[in-house]
Design a protein around this ligand. Structure first.
Ligand code: GP9
Ligand code: MN
Length: 615
């Protein structure tokens, strides 16, 4: 009895720390991350899932003795709090949880600073209340200092594992094969807890590194077989139409198709793009296929016709791979290839990755005159960016392939009064409200670019490819979005349809203009560009197909495994029929499920195994 009593008093302070951390995590799940619980079991799992990691983390402090032991309770608790908080800030932007590769992108941190302030809130201070209480108790000297008992420390660590095991068993009742099947991060956090999720993530990341070591040339044969089935013949009229012309690619930041041909308070949101579409090929069922790597993922898709990673950014984790990328192929065809983007060259690891992809030059922030007057939000304003880029374009040997990456229409969508051409929207989401004027501004900047190209006599010799890099408005703003779209609610079906981004191919002097409805995505850009230039792509390893090919399958798979066909949308395990988004029997979607999984699976296999080094 006395023994139990003495253990009790020895673990008194420690237990309080565990209690606080568990409670805090649960409150954060509910308020900060809005993790829903559909039934009592799920709610119960949410309450208990922080316990095992709290016991484990704070248990480490029991390996210390004397005063240090109590100090370490506070220190480990603070570390856990920092992890929670980083996730919270990240979640407010991406509606997602951090994965390890993203954490190591420290270079990005300083660039993100303008967004970060926007994402922090005064009430976040609640997160340190328990740390203050613990510190106060410790300083008041009421907490006994205890000597180290190794057995006790090990027992507690053992207890942590036991608790985790129990947690996992209960979670499996709710969701079987949680750790073995493909999953989404919210499900993981919901079932095994935030800290345990990070431990699991670390394990997965290290696994992907080992995959390269064990990959060999024969893995490639299977991939080639699959890829051969995918190849589609180009359209004979358009094959080679852009031969020897300059190729201008505009990566338009955060623009989604729902703004095209729409008005706000009677004003067009994208008047220039709306006009341009009438003189171009416009793809109105074109999807972004990016995940956490955002812009960089879209760049990867364009260059390789391979998918980025489902978590983290392939630009960071696999920049050392061998590729057979578009810039390199065009380089061999006599093109000078470049990127213009007024940001630090190391952001998203671009400087390193661009070399692997075979770009000849990268005009980064150092090529531009950037000052307070011509900057907003993330940096140089788009109009100034385009204006200053004209001379840079001219400095290049022809023919060139140049990609511009715009910046102004980036979260948090800041804009100076002088650049506001339309009103903000009026809803409960400041983000969505501000989005429209910045989209309008970007549209204006693109118009300015076209005008200048014409003035400089550079327009006629070029072809233009414009596409949205990824969504700008996350599901966090569904309520406001439903107001804008005049819908009762945004369903999972709507969410997928909102992943459409504009895609325009503008060929000066070409008099066929069409709206193309083929379901497609960024994965299709590379073969399309190659065929327009008259370069065969039959033997390239790629998972997209020429947008103009008469043979192409109307199909797009998103990075999370959702897919879209002419008639159906499949997402989160449910098959919907188009265009109204009615739930329909799964067997309607079944014929495409294998293709969706295989496209993603083989693409991942190539990247994780670095298989192109064998090709
Ligand atoms: C930054 C720009 C934006 O250089 O590409 O990146 P994003 O946050 O959209 O991925
Ligand atoms: Mn972007």
């Amino acid at each position: 009895m006395t023994n139990i009593k003495s253990i009790g008093s020895r673990l008194h302070f420690w237990g309080l720390g565990v209690f606080f951390l568990t409670l805090k995590t649960y409150i954060l799940y509910k308020i900060g991350f809005n993790i829903p619980a559909d039934n009592y079991l799920q709610e119960f799992i949410l309450i208990i899932n922080p316990i095992s990691s709290a016991v484990l983390l704070l248990g480490l402090s029991l390996f210390f003795s004397g005063k240090m032991r109590n100090v370490m309770v506070i220190v480990t608790s603070a570390v856990a709090t920092i992890i929670l908080y980083l996730n919270l800030v990240y979640y407010r932007f991406f509606s997602d949880f951090i994965t390890l590769p993203v954490l190591f992108q420290t270079n990005n941190a300083k660039n993100l600073s303008s967004s970060v302030l926007e994402l922090m809130a005064f009430q976040d201070l609640f997160l340190i209340v328990d740390l203050l209480i613990l510190t106060f108790l410790l300083l008041k000297g009421k907490i006994p200092t205890v000597s180290k008992k190794k057995v006790e420390a090990f027992a507690i660590v053992g207890l942590a594992f036991l608790l985790f095991f129990v947690n996992l068993q209960i979670a499996h009742k709710e969701r079987s094969e949680l750790l073995t099947r493909s999953f989404d991060r919210e499900l993981l956090v919901k079932n095994i807890g935030m800290i345990n999720y990070h431990i699991y993530d670390a394990f997965i990341q290290s696994q992907s590194k080992t995959q390269r070591v064990f990959a060999n040339g024969s893995d490639m044969e299977e991939v080639i077989d699959y890829r051969n089935q995918l190849y589609k013949e180009p359209d004979q009229d358009l094959f080679g139409i852009a031969k020897d012309k300059n190729i201008i690619v505009l990566s338009l930041e955060s623009i989604q198709s729902f703004v095209i041909n729409k008005t706000l308070d009677g004003e067009e949101i994208t008047p220039f793009l709306n006009e341009l579409i009438k003189e171009s090929y416009y793809f109105d069922n074109f999807y972004h296929q990016t995940a956490q790597g955002k812009t960089s993922d879209s760049e990867f898709l364009l260059a390789n016709s391979l998918f980025g990673r489902d978590s983290g950014s392939v630009f960071f984790t696999h920049s050392g791979n061998s590729f057979n990328a578009l810039p390199e192929i065009l380089g061999e065809d006599g093109y000078h290839t470049s990127v213009m983007h007024a940001n630090n060259k190391s952001f998203w690891n671009r400087d390193v990755m661009y070399q692997s992809l075979g770009y000849d030059s990268f005009f980064d922030i150092n090529s531009y005159e950037v000052n307070e007057e011509n900057s907003i939000g993330w940096g140089l304003k788009d109009k100034d960016f385009f204006e200053q880029s004209i001379d840079l374009l001219k400095s290049q040997p022809e023919p060139y392939f140049t990609k511009f990456i715009t910046l102004t229409n980036h979260f948090p969508f800041e804009l100076g009064e002088e650049d506001r051409l339309i009103n903000e929207f009026d809803s409960n989401s400041g983000t969505l409200n501000r989005y429209f004027p910045t989209v309008r501004y970007m549209d204006d900047a693109v118009e300015h670019f076209f005008t200048r190209m014409k003035e400089e006599g550079m327009y006629e010799d070029s072809i233009f490819i414009l596409y949205g890099d990824h969504y700008g408005i996350s599901e966090n703003h569904n309520k406001a979005m439903s107001m804008f779209l005049n819908k009762e609610e945004i369903t999972n079906f709507d969410t997928i349809q909102l992943q459409r981004v504009p895609m325009i191919v503008h060929i000066p002097g070409h008099d066929v203009h069409e709206i193309k409805n083929t379901v497609s995505g960024q994965i299709d850009l590379k073969p399309t560009v190659m065929h327009l230039l008259g370069i065969e792509s039959e033997y390239d390893i790629q998972f997209g197909s020429d947008l103009f090919s008469p043979e192409r399958d109307s199909f797009a798979v998103l990075r999370d495994g959702s897919f879209i066909t002419d008639d159906y949308v499949y997402t989160k395990g449910v098959c919907y029929s188009k265009p109204y988004g009615w739930e329909t029997i799964t067997s309607n979607c079944e014929p495409y499920m294998d293709k969706a999984q295989q496209d993603l699976g083989y693409s991942d296999k190539i990247i994780y195994g670095d298989l192109l080094r064998f090709y």
